[in-house]
Design a protein around this ligand. Structure first.
Ligand code: GLP
Length: 260
């Protein structure tokens, strides 16, 4: 696991976008894993700038979102169908037919989860997975004590996550109680993962994910077992890391060709 600490949130987005851009440049039909939440927005903005400058083409890129709320119509402005469309598909000029989000309104949710796993497999797996992290260490919607081997399934949101996401819904009672999420086992199959975090509110979760024991209590810590995971964070999110100066030294000492 490589941890890259940068001075500002803008630089975090820029660096993580570079990782994704490199994959798409090498493979114009790449499969990318999309995260929602505010953390990855800088990545999408930075990728959009590259598309607008004509440096990058997402028209053949395929994508799978990590998660979706249960019971929210795709047309609801806060459904992840809508959020992904608004923040990723349209800005990057992607083909809607190639962008997938779990179906949280399916009559048979368990079957929808199995179908989602099959679709990812049929696409050849995810080339690069973008991740944010919840304040309790969740990735996707894999809340603490999620099985480290889990696959796409229905989960109950913790009160903490519902409170954190209430800002998008206006009030807590409007936040759905359940979701469909790719499992930690699903995420671990991505060939590459890049997790971004900004701000002091993520410092505890980042410390647990990077330096804590691998534990279902901090779902993101499973990335310690990933063969190509990069954690890109700003100084505030790095505040709880014991070895922060070591990570900075390692990154600064790298020859350019080896960076991320
Ligand atoms: C949400 C999403 C996660 C996201 C996390 C953090 O609930 N399901 O994919 O990483 O919570 O959100 P934010 O980036 O807004 O802090």
């Amino acid at each position: 696991m490589e941890t890259v600490i940068l001075p500002t949130a803008e630089e975090v987005g820029e660096m993580a976008a570079r990782v994704v851009a490199d994959v798409v440049r090498r493979k114009p039909t790449a499969v990318i894993g999309l995260a929602t939440g505010s953390s990855p927005l800088g990545i999408y903005t930075s990728l959009q700038a590259r598309v607008e400058r004509g440096e990058l083409d997402f028209s053949r890129v395929r994508a799978f979102a990590l998660d979706e709320y249960v019971g929210l119509a795709a047309s609801h402005p806060e459904s992840y169908h809508s959020v992904i469309d608004r923040t990723v598909t349209r800005p990057l000029g992607m083909d809607r037919a190639l962008v997938h989000v779990p179906d949280g309104t399916a009559p048979d949710l368990a079957a929808a989860c199995r179908h989602y796993e099959h679709m990812i497999e049929d696409a050849g797996g995810v080339d690069v997975q973008i991740l944010g992290i919840g304040a309790n260490g969740h990735i996707g919607f894999n809340e603490p004590t999620s099985s480290l081997a889990s696959r796409t399934r229905i989960k109950t949101l913790t009160p903490r996550t519902r409170e954190d996401n209430a800002r998008f819904f206006g009030s807590l009672d409007k936040v759905p109680t359940h979701c469909l999420t790719q499992g930690l086992g699903t995420i671990m199959r991505a060939r590459q993962a890049v997790l971004v975090a900004q701000g002091a509110g993520k410092a505890t979760a980042i410390a647990a994910a990077v330096e804590g024991p691998v534990s279902a209590m901090c779902p993101a810590s499973v990335l310690q077992f990933h063969e190509h995971a990069t954690i890109v964070i700003d100084d505030d999110a790095a505040a709880g890391l014991k070895l922060a100066s070591y990570y900075k030294h390692t990154f600064a000492s790298k020859p350019g060709w080896q960076r991320v």
